[in-house]
Design a protein around this ligand. Sequence first.
Ligand SMILES: [Cu+2]
Length: 220
Amino acid sequence: MAFKSLLLGLAAVQSVTAHFGVVYPEWRADTLAAENEDKYSQWNYPCGGVPYKAGNITNWPIGGGGVELDLHHPWTYLFINLGLGANTTNFNISLTPELTNVTGKGTLCIDKLPVPLDSIADGTLASIQFVTSGESGSALYNCADIRFTKNATGLSNCSTSDGLVMHTIKDEQQNGTQPSQDGASGTEDKKNAAGILGTDKTVLATVVGLAVAFSLGLGI
Ligand SMILES: [Cu+2]
């Protein structure tokens, strides 16, 4: 019982300091802010409990724009989805069609997420859903509302934090799935905690370690 309340205590402490933030396009609401703690929860599908237009609508390029995230967990799977229309709850267009793993904490900049649609009319309203998930499959959600706009400026002044690496399954397949003995890609594979296709024992040990940390409520 005492152990359980210790774990719950740890989880509560982590709840404000961890999770993730959306810097660009501007999120509906700061779901990390202490004053929003009772209103919103990033655990809630599809948008952390934040209603449409709770914040500003950002003009975003028609062919696809950039995003900037603030990641607080040691690693995460990342899914970015698009829902067309005002106040949609149907985020059925994937902007990250390859399974994506981000290792490291800090600022993640993606310069351009192509939108896989042939024609979007200027002024079309939409929302972008950001989902992060650990190995357990439970996920965190945030949304940002956008307006597809010709000549929208997009992301600027964003630089990805040192040590933060984004991988997709496709990258892993193209760069070789066998960690090399001395090559740079081998080093990178060992750092890649999710180790999607990694067979390396270091990777496995890291994943097990993280699984233990997650099961204890750390970093959640
Ligand atoms: Cu968290």
